[in-house]
Design a protein around this ligand. Structure first.
Ligand code: HEM
Ligand code: SF4
Ligand code: SF4
Length: 513
């Protein structure tokens, strides 16, 4: 508990508070990626509406935006405000998404790819916003145009006279058309492409925000749009220096730097920050465990592990041995996060099998094979003494369960609770535990994305391999807990033991085995 770093601890408390207010299903901090997609949808739909009325010429752009804002305030104006505020909200959710991955240490090791491909998506979104402000062609648009040209002039590939050409009025028309093309087509298409790359190594990627969260967010943006509609500055005028500009700090934060720094220095800072962000997964590096190994002797090619793998690391292919099955699976070591979830998916990971021999399964973790899981379960159970004995099963990334060990509480730490075959719970009950208490990452959040989701579904009988009907549910409790939830877990565990005492055979006369 003391080893939790303060950033992570603070962040976990914040998420717990959001869980308390919204529930895990609607906790916005668990849905930052999907919320960003939702805001993009609002930006797209409102953008299409604005485009219908937008005059793409330099002379007519400002007036067309003014028409939408004032004459057609009830629809065009609202659409404009939604377009702006949803764009701001997207930057907020992207920054929070980024911070979350950092705070919870989900950016290093096997996650380097998602992190590194995330950085350019941030810049793509920011530049998309910049060209959007440019297109209004008011004083702010002109400010962006001139300062962007200054920045471009500082690049060796652009031969140094863009800004002066701008100020002399020679470049404005051509550039305006280019910006229109970029904002309306080029950048959105590129953004879709980089986002596809960003999530390419993940499976079961959700891009739809939960309905309640989406409706709530939309209503909040609509209320903001009505209360404080987006408006333009005065029209762009090359002869006038604007007295005051209202900057959108989410998108235009780079420009004020040019008040004190040269364009070259501003580039250096921007490029420096980008490189630093991209190098973060190796500062310091985090080792990923050994990849899962397939044992064809125990695999019938059912493909459940491939369906369950959250990192798309397993492919189903034609059988390469002479077995009677049609398919087999193969693991791509480079993609494997070593989460062990596939072990929990495999029907062969059944501790009741060949109990006097080494337990082999179709797919296993070299660092913690299922045979060792069974052995450690047996050893832990053998140490139990007294009444209301419980086996607590936890994972490496949530609350460390070692601290709960007592005479009548044994513990087993897995890589992820998704690694646990449901039969292991039955096995522990059969081997003498009065109850099994499963914990691991909080509901709605799993270090390995889907470990606790699949586990819950297996327990509910909704996903293979299922926890059998005959398993006595009254002796099984699932309570998810992060590293900061120690007190809550202790309370729940005590409650479970009380429940076991109340339903014990001595009290009820029933037989537990
Ligand atoms: C347009 C902006 C972005 C969108 C829409 C977006 C969306 C997503 C989505 C949908 C996922 C999959 C989450 C899941 O299903 O578990 C994801 C994962 C991830 N994103 Fe982003 N992202 C964006 C930007 C970024 C940025 C700027 C970073 C950091 C530099 C970042 C870092 C990550 C990481 C590390 C993961 C991996 C999560 C995992 O493996 O569990 N993303 N992102
Ligand atoms: S250990 Fe995890 S990432 Fe690797 S193959 Fe199994 S489920 Fe996929
Ligand atoms: S779940 Fe087991 S049996 Fe099915 S394909 Fe994967 S390794 Fe083979």
């Amino acid at each position: 508990m003391n080893s939790v770093n303060p950033i992570k601890r603070g962040y976990l408390y914040l998420e717990a508070w959001f869980n308390y207010s919204f529930g895990p299903e609607w906790n916005p901090l668990y849905h930052l990626g999907t919320l960003t997609f939702f805001f993009f949808w609002i930006v797209l739909v409102s953008g299409i509406y604005l485009f219908i009325f937008f005059d793409t010429s330099l002379g007519g752009a400002y007036a067309s935006v003014e028409y939408l804002t004032h004459e057609q305030w009830y629809l065009g104006g609202v659409m404009r405000s939604l377009h702006r505020y949803a764009s701001d909200a997207a930057i907020m959710t992207i920054l929070l998404h980024m911070f979350r991955e950092f705070a919870l240490d989900r950016y290093r090791g096997f996650r380097w790819y998602s992190w590194v491909t995330g950085v350019p998506t941030l810049w793509f979104v920011i530049t998309l916003g910049i060209t959007g402000y440019w297109l209004v062609w008011d004083e702010l648009g002109l400010y962006i145009a001139v300062l962007s040209s200054l920045l471009m002039d500082a690049l060796p590939i652009v031969s140094g006279s863009m800004a002066s050409n701008f100020l002399e009025g020679q470049l404005t028309d051509r550039f305006f058309t280019l910006m229109g093309f970029l904002h309306l087509l080029g950048q959105p298409v590129l953004l879709v492409f980089v986002l596809w790359i960003h999530v390419k190594r993940l499976s079961h990627v959700e891009i739809s925000a939960p309905r309640g969260l989406a409706i709530g967010s939309f209503l909040a943006l609509l209320a903001l749009s009505l209360a404080s509609p987006a408006v333009s500055h005065a029209p762009a005028d090359l002869r006038k220096v604007p007295a005051e500009l209202n900057l959108d700090w989410f998108y235009l934060n780079i420009y004020p730097l040019l008040d004190t720094l040269t364009a070259g220095q501003t580039w250096m800072i921007t490029i420096g920050i980008t490189f630093f962000l991209m190098l973060m997964p190796w500062l310091p590096r985090k080792k990923t465990g050994e990849a899962a190994k397939v044992h064809l002797d125990e695999c019938n090619g059912c493909g459940q592990c491939a369906v369950d793998c959250p990192f798309d690391a397993i492919r189903v292919q034609a059988r390469t041995d002479n077995a009677r099955w049609e398919f087999e699976v193969a693991v791509d070591d480079g993609l494997c996060a070593a989460c062990g979830i596939c072990v929990g998916s495999c029907h062969s990971s059944n501790p009741f099998r060949r109990s006097n021999k080494s337990l082999e399964t179709g797919i296993d973790m070299p660092q913690f094979p299922i045979d060792e899981v069974r052995t450690r379960t047996g050893e832990a159970l053998a140490e139990l003494q007294g009444d209301n004995t419980v086996l607590v099963i936890g994972c490496e990334h949530a609350l460390n369960v070692e601290q709960f060990k007592t005479q009548n509480v044994a513990v087993l730490n897995l890589i992820c609770t998704g690694m646990m075959p449901p039969t292991l719970v039955e096995y522990a009950l059969k081997q003498g535990a009065d109850g099994v208490f499963v914990t691991g990452c909080r509901k709605g959040d799993c270090y390995y994305r889907y470990g606790n989701v699949w586990m819950d579904k297996r327990f509910e009988g909704l996903r293979k391999p299922v926890l059998r009907e005959r398993a006595d549910r009254s002796r099984i409790r699932v309570y998810r807990a992060a590293e900061t939830d120690q007190k809550k877990l202790l309370k729940e565990l005590a409650d479970f033991q009380r429940h076991l005492a109340d339903t014990s055979p001595e009290k009820t006369g029933a037989n537990r085995a």
